[in-house]
Design a protein around this ligand. Structure first.
Ligand code: HPA
Ligand code: ZN
Length: 338
């Protein structure tokens, strides 16, 4: 078995995936038609041409535009079900999925419609092919904390479906400290906390996410290498970093995959994982991220194994489940040299 087969056959978990970012152009057109929504694209080629981003901000503009076709519970169900089928294809056995309720409630869509559509599709996937999952609700950091409190209030009745809270959207100028009180309230109400930090923003934002928001994971975190003390801290604490290689190239965080710093993070023994972020916009789901980054950085089979094992270790699965999946990876890995 070669590395490519190992990546495809190994059970995997995805820890950084925005469900709105799985909206494929074809589905965008289907839903636009079904809901009678105007979109600023004439055809699918037109959409694909627009996916040329210069940074996070230029992507978010199109991403929020695309989300406008999601109106009914069935739309959120169909979107999530399509992603669940991708999980099956990529052999992802556990997914921890972000959703952005404010993107929808600010357009007049009811919170219940959003969460119920997503949850029902994931339940069906769990029942039909054993995909386990957690749902993480992200606050949009370009909005104010007050808006975050309002959405948190609405999440309480869905505590059985929502495992944790996160922080996403425009990073520059919106530091984690802006949401310290909000995250405190979420934690007091037993939501685990994660946050995007150090995607484009400075190491200081990663420190704030750790110290002020008490996060269990940092989403992205690739800017951490600019701060030696931070690297030391991340290495000691083994706080996971959910790195998204294809996203980082599409948003020009690195100019090409060969220059990605993932290998350095591995070298420094950080708890790094590979994820797909917004695969419909960034050109690939989890396997493609792993396959391309392995090739570009010439990662060894041991490094690939570490990445896959790290993802299970970094997940919110029970210790028992983590052990079970990791031993499966190791037994497949032992066939690698054959
Ligand atoms: N960063 C910040 N916000 C986001 C992202 C991202 O990569 N994807 C969707 N919302
Ligand atoms: Zn993200």
């Amino acid at each position: 078995m070669n590395i490519l087969e190992f990546i495809k056959k190994s059970p995997k978990t995805e820890l950084h995936l925005h469900i709105e970012g799985t909206l494929e152009p074809e589905q965008m057109f289907t839903l636009a038609k079904r809901n009678n929504i105007e979109i600023p694209f004439k055809n699918i080629n037109d959409v694909k041409k627009a996916y040329n981003f210069s940074n996070l901000e230029s992507f978010l503009k199109i991403y929020y535009e695309g989300a406008k076709v999601l109106i009914k519970e069935q739309d959120f169900f169909d979107l999530t079900w399509a992603y669940a089928l991708k999980c099956k294809e990529d052999n992802i056995v556990h997914a921890e999925i972000f959703f952005d309720p404010q993107t929808h409630t600010d357009r007049g869509i009811n919170f219940d419609i959003v969460i119920n559509g997503i949850y029902k599709a994931l339940q069906k996937a769990e029942k039909e092919f054993g995909l386990s999952f957690k749902i993480i609700m992200c606050f949009l950091r370009h909005l104010d904390e007050e808006s975050g409190f309002k959405i948190l209030d609405q999440a309480f009745v869905h505590k059985d479906k929502i495992y944790g809270v996160g922080l996403d959207s425009s990073e520059a100028g919106n530091p984690p400290s802006k949401f310290e009180k909000l995250f405190k309230k979420a934690a007091e109400n037993n939501f685990i906390t994660v946050a995007h930090a150090g995607e484009e923003g400075p190491p200081e934002y990663i420190w704030e996410a750790l110290n002020l928001l008490n996060v269990k994971r940092i989403d992205h975190g690739v800017q951490c290498l600019k701060d030696e003390k931070l690297v030391e801290e991340l290495s000691k604490s083994q706080i996971p970093l959910t790195v998204c290689p294809l996203s980082n190239i599409k948003l020009q965080v690195f100019n090409k995959l060969e220059n990605h710093n993932l290998w350095k993070m591995l070298d420094k023994k950080l708890m790094v994982t590979v994820n797909s972020d917004d695969p419909a916009y960034f050109g690939g789901y989890l396997n493609k991220n792993l396959i391309e980054v392995q090739a570009a950085l010439n990662l060894s089979k041991d490094e690939v194994k570490t990445l896959l094992v790290n993802s299970f270790k970094s997940s919110f699965l029970s210790e028992e489940k983590k052990k079970e999946w990791i031993s499966k990876i190791l037994s497949i890995n032992s066939l690698l040299s054959i």
